[in-house]
Design a protein around this ligand. Sequence first.
Ligand code: WTA
Length: 663
Amino acid sequence: MSDTTSNGKIESHSLEVETYPPSAEFKAQANLSDSSVYWKAAQDPEAYWAGRARELKWTKPFTEVLDWSNPPFAKWFQDGELNVAANCLDRHVSNGLSDRVAIHFEGEPGDTRTITYGELTHEVKRAANMLTALGVSQGDRVAIYMPMIPETVIAMLACARLGAAHSVVFGGFSAESLRSRIDDAEAEIVITADGGHRKGRVSALKPTVDDALRIDHGDGKASTVKKVLVVKRGGNEVEMQAGRDLWWHDEISSFDGEHTAKGFPAENPLFILYTSGTTGKPKGILHTSGGYLTQAAATHSDVFDLKPESDVYWCTADVGWITGHSYVVYGPLANGATQVIYEGTPDSPDWGRWWQIVEKYKVSILYTAPTAIRSCMKVGRQVPEQYDLSSIRVLGSVGEPINPEAWRWYHEVIGGGKAPIVDTWWQTETGAMMIAPLPGLTSLKPGSAQAAQPGIDVNVVDDNGNRVDPGHGGLLTIRRPWPSMVRTIWGDDQRFIDTYWEKFGDQYFAGDGARVDEDGDIWLLGRVDDVMNVSGHRLSTTEIESSLVEHHAVAEAAVVGADDETTGQAVVAFVILKSQQQLLTPEAAEAELRQHVSAQIGAIARPRQVFIVNELPKTRSGKIMRRLLKQAAEGKEIGDTTTLADTAVMQTISARVRSEQGK
Ligand code: WTA
């Protein structure tokens, strides 16, 4: 094994895997460069996390670190009290950092706003006063359905400041999806915008809120929503329902910036975020305050090697996802970081937009998803090469396994061959990063997320929960409770137990397959359940299938996540129409059903393809063999079909897929 100290030079490691050790230069300045951090934390994880928690400001210090007396319901730092928003704002202002830029906002049309910590604190205080006047207080739930603009962050922090829980619903979700989330959380307030800018036009949001609140479930019950606050952003015309709808700028104008933050218990709910599971109903993942903030802040600092006084950090995720919660809002702001928030898409007005932003703000830490990297790769390196990306010193990846080819491109073209890439594995449920390199310590391996963070205990096990040997594949579990772990599924403790804890009892089951290599590094292998990963977003097979069968023309539907060059996986549906619908041409049916799913769940769930078939492959007991459909959708050889009730079905389906794909 040859040892070179210059990052970017490949150290020969094994036959297939090259490694990239940290450069001497990077190591010398790294926040963490002594590997004893791992074993010290492992010796006493609770003491380790208590130390990290004490980096925050507590209004009442905790004396108990972890209460695990009633597993799987963990309580961290439970007798302590803190205000999450004050930790992200007032604390920095009192430390003299009022003038530090918190947010460089870049609107898609090119408008910009620079917001310092002092200004952000002031705005959040005003918003908190406004929400208080609207009746929001500790324990309430507020739904947020917004574009990527500063008011979104302000709204979230204002809720946190009052001890109310926010439920951010991604702006791409449909009225139906929004309404079911509002209902589940029983939110009384919705904060939205007229619209936001996306792909060169205004994408309306308020009309979707109106539609959501109009939905009649047939039970005579109106929604729980009493007030809708509307931020003006898109400039599109919207209807304002008297008595219910209020303009944010009108309401907030009567409030000043005086507001004293009160401490709340560490286990006070901070937010609910809905994510797809293996059934049709999304799960409301509940996160609480002290433990969540501790781990979001600690990992943001360690994994990105953050230097708050000099770095310009940019995470491209939308706040509608967990990555936006932990690594746009809470982690960076708790650490006093300066960050970029960009409203639009990477291709507006052209594919140079992101790189122009990097150049303009001298972004030094960039955190994005493999699907975005692959899209940029497709467009070609000549685009980023027109910009000065030399400010970049750390790159991050999240959402799905990053394929080594994309990793190398990212490293070389975006990172100039010198910036380490941190591939971060975590989930909505884990709240913060769990497996990731530490850039001053880890010899990077393209495609592997590598090692559990200090204080985190992950395991790869066989079906019986026994640890697999190096070189073998198995299921990823987490052995010990961690501070930012999901506390329960909102309103459904039993589902929380069944989903994550039933399989292995004392180990959290993540739903991902993984392999451990000879060095102990972890390679993620994708979901092992019926959850798909499309462009880094989780979608449930079952949820899309139920949406399809709700369509009047559909008799039966099977959905699979087929490998896709750009999006990782793509939604492919196989549908049997009801007999009286056979007159519909397959083309018309496909178009209609794609649109139907998009309207019901949201554009991200729209199937790439819908195949109208006469039969689905089923076992003799009637179970649909999705594995075979996935192979067909990927144009692969169909594996063993002997367990099928009718072995001819797959031949017909494969022939059909091939003829479609040949078109
Ligand atoms: C997948 C996103 C491999 C994984 C933060 C997980 C990853 C699911 C990685 C969670 C990664 C996320 N390598 N797979 N670095 N990051 N995943 O809840 O399957 O939207 O279970 O959270 O994304 O998706 P979620």
